[in-house]
Design a binder for this molecule. Structure first.
Ligand code: DC
Length: 231
């Protein structure tokens, strides 16, 4: 039987990590885990409880209720994809909104939040045959991952992709606002004290600014094949 791999995909926000990771998981019949969705779900919970918003953070509230937050990924056969659930409620759409995007960096800087989510991510990874995307997957969550990819693309291209994605879902947001949010999240992700966004020494760089998903898949197939051939 073919060895089941752990594939870690890290990189900047709105680089197309989840589209890429999902396609790899489908191709290999692996589980796909969107670790960003987990940070977004904790953020949504904290917003609803009034622990974060309007520039303030009630840290003791977050820490007190952290273990009340249950996150699941449940397969929806109608769309052939996994969706994110917060305490049994489908929050897949809500966690992608701009308010959550604006608050998520602050929540993902909290050490206790990271410890809890990393623990959960490792538990899911035990079974192998997994593609996980995020910011610290190849550096912290699975430092021994079989394949590590670090993705990047120009800010303008990332903002355009995000703009188009939101538009296709019926949400019209000013392009410049999206761009500001992306730049702000890059800065927060790269500069936080705990598990900052870094390219692992052994991660392969993928700049997909001018690549289609098909081109990225051709590229990664070769990498997976080489790994399996033991090169
Ligand atoms: O991938 P995304 O844009 O949906 O992630 C949302 C936020 O979560 C991102 O701004 C940083 C944070 N995050 C993180 O700190 N560590 C991860 N492994 C994944 C996401």
């Amino acid at each position: 039987m073919e060895k089941r791999l752990i594939i870690a995909i890290d990189g900047y926000s709105s680089c197309g990590k989840s589209t890429f990771a999902k396609s790899i998981a489908k191709m290999l019949n692996y589980i796909y885990i969107d670790s960003g969705a987990m940070y977004r779900t904790v953020t949504l919970y904290c917003m609803r409880r009034g622990f974060i918003g309007n520039g303030s953070l009630n840290l003791s509230g977050v820490l007190r209720e952290l273990t009340d937050i249950n996150i699941d990924f449940i397969f929806n056969p109608d769309i052939d994809e996994y969706e994110t659930f917060l305490n049994s409620e489908n929050v897949e759409q809500e966690i992608r909104n701009i308010e959550v995007s604006s608050n998520v960096s602050r929540i993902s800087q909290i050490a206790e939040v990271r410890t809890r989510l990393v623990e959960l991510q490792r538990k899911i990874g035990i079974q192998k045959g997994i593609v996980m995307d995020g910011r610290d997957i190849g550096t912290v969550v699975f430092p021994d991952a079989d394949i590590k990819i670090f993705m990047t693309a120009s800010v303008d291209i990332r903002a355009k992709r995000r703009h188009d994605e939101l538009k296709s879902k019926g949400t019209i947001i000013d392009f410049e606002e999206i761009k500001r949010n992306i730049v702000a999240r890059d800065i927060a992700d790269e500069n936080r004290d705990i598990s900052p966004l870094r390219r692992a020494a052994d991660a392969i760089l993928l700049d997909n600014s001018r690549m289609s998903v098909d081109q990225q898949m051709t590229w990664v197939k070769e990498i997976i094949q080489k790994k399996r051939d033991g090169c």
